[in-house]
Design a protein around this ligand. Structure first.
Ligand code: FAD
Length: 478
């Protein structure tokens, strides 16, 4: 054995970063290594701004890989919580492992770290209590729940700066950061994880190197969800059937969304429209924002969205996602989502497909020239006009259309025919990795945090899960 670390984290998303940050605070003597297949945050750029089309960067998409993970190009909306709430409704399930009160304390602490590294002190969604109450009541009458929680908005460009400061801080404090390195496999002996096998990411034929550690923390995010499924199958790591969120990115004018944008910045609505009663929710709302695309394994293009602090469009975009569970005889949510994405990508000739809502109602595709005169102009220029109903299943499509109708009664204009649906927007989570309250998997010394293993679904909770991971590992050695 050549090298040995106290802690090795796979991935450098917010989960792993905050674990390393907290470890510096708790115990500077620990030898910590973070391994990332992508690049340093300052080297991450998306060429689409110049090329106008997604060029599918090799070996990895810069949007989803690299220091700060999916967080770097994310809009950086940190979801906090309401003091009086007795549960968490968004962001993930950290509280199910450590309790609601501890999760609140962890979020306060994590938020203070974000502030220390330059996050905006302004909190969105705290000023207009009466107005929000009114919208909440209107939503309730339509069978929709509005979750209103304070949000700290970093903005895409500011998130870059903030994570660069964190990158410097970790290196100054001797956390080892290994970039352009893919973890291919876990080294497991006698049901204990003792290390990882890595290779240079930019060279498929590079030899595998073994790196050993006492504690291996899987923090691979949604980007690594597929890899994690393979690891679980190969090494018999216990999992339970997970969920896949499938839907569209919805783009409409700021004018329609002006109240929600002003009073809340992001309105998180949840419904269970008939006849299926699946959970349908809005997610990641970007006032005056831009629709974006990102590339996952096997060149799958998925749609997303973000907004900048300074650069503005006149459109708001948000995700409308339907949660699908499978159990018997099929229980492969990731496979299901990948097949939908693959079909949609084929329909778009490798690109994201965009369609007007009115065209779906009229039972026709959208044509390029129709978008030119459409009142809502697409902000994702590389999207190809077409027909998403060819590929999104009947159930998903019905859920989304019914949800839009219900939302229209709360936000007038939400169902305007000129509004745009981009697809596929899919949130892959691994089959839920079974972990105990110390985040340890069924393999000793192997831990799972953040989005990848299914514990969290957003920046704040992923970051907080990292802080908690460091505290658990520090305590373990006492
Ligand atoms: C465009 C976009 C906008 C978003 N906006 C928001 C938002 O406004 N608010 C919010 O709360 N959330 C947002 N999110 C989600 C948020 O970014 C994630 O919830 C969060 O980053 C999860 O953190 P994580 O540490 O679990 O994983 P990630 O941030 O996904 O990081 C995982 C890292 O692991 C690396 N990795 C994976 N497998 C391997 C391997 N085998 N070997 C080496 N490295 C590996 C990946 O390259 C990646 O860099 C957004 C996401 C995207 C893509």
């Amino acid at each position: 054995m050549e090298k040995k670390y106290d802690i090795i984290a796979i991935g450098m998303g917010p989960g792993a970063i905050f674990m390393a940050y907290e470890m510096i605070k708790l115990n500077k003597n620990k030898k910590v290594l973070l391994i990332e297949q992508g690049k340093r945050v300052e080297e991450r750029t998306c060429p689409i701004e110049k090329t106008g089309v997604c060029v599918k960067c090799k070996p990895f998409c810069n949007i989803t890989s690299g220091f700060s993970g999916a967080g770097a190009f994310s809009d950086g909306k940190l979801s906090l919580y309401n003091k009086e709430d007795e549960d968490f409704y968004i962001g993930g399930n950290l509280h199910k492992y450590i309790g609601v009160e501890e999760t609140k304390k962890l979020i306060d602490y994590t938020d203070s770290v974000y502030l220390k590294f330059g996050a905006d002190t302004k909190l969105e969604g705290t000023l207009y209590k009466e107005e929000v109450k009114r919208i909440k009541e209107k939503a309730r009458k339509e069978g929709l729940t509005l979750i209103d929680i304070p949000i700290r908005h970093l903005g895409t460009e500011k998130a870059h700066e903030l994570y660069k400061k964190l990158e410097d801080y970790l290196e100054e404090n001797e956390v080892e950061l290994k970039f352009n390195t893919i973890v291919e496999d876990l080294i497991i002996e006698d049901n204990k994880c003792i290390g990882v096998k890595v290779r240079k990411a930019s060279d498929k034929n590079a030899p595998l190197e073994s790196i050993y550690g006492d504690n291996i923390v899987v923090a691979v995010g949604r980007k690594g969800a597929n890899w994690l499924v393979n690891m679980c199958e190969k090494h018999d790591i216990e999992t339970e059937a997970g969920v896949v969120d499938i839907g569209v990115r919805y783009e409409l004018s700021d004018e329609v969304m002006k109240d929600i944008n002003k009073y809340m910045y992001e309105g998180k609505f949840i419904g269970r429209p008939g006849p299926f009663k699946d959970k349908v929710r809005t997610f990641c709302q970007n006032p005056s924002g831009f629709v974006s695309s990102e590339v996952y394994d096997n060149n799958l293009s998925l749609v997303n969205g973000h907004s900048y602090k300074d650069k503005k469009s006149t459109n708001t975009n948000l995700a409308i996602l339907v949660s699908h569970h499978f159990n018997y005889p099929f229980s492969k949510p990731i496979e299901y989502g990948r097949n939908i994405a693959k079909n949609l990508n084929e329909l778009g000739n490798g690109n994201i497909v965009v369609q007007r809502l009115g065209d779906i109602y009229r039972g026709k595709r959208t044509w390029e020239w129709e978008l030119e005169t459409n009142p809502v102009k697409p902000t994702l220029k590389s999207a190809v006009a077409g027909d998403i109903t060819f590929a999104l299943g009947y159930r998903t499509m019905t859920d989304i259309l019914q949800f839009i109708r219900e939302m229209d009664k709360v936000v007038e204009g939400f169902a305007n025919p000129e509004n745009l649906l981009y697809a596929p927007e899919i949130k892959f989570y691994s089959n839920q990795v079974v972990i105990d309250q110390n985040f340890e998997t069924s393999i000793k010394g192997l831990y799972s945090i953040g989005d990848g293993g299914g514990m969290t679904r957003g920046l704040m909770m992923a970051s907080a899960s990292g802080v908690k991971m460091a505290r658990i590992l520090d305590e373990k050695d006492k």
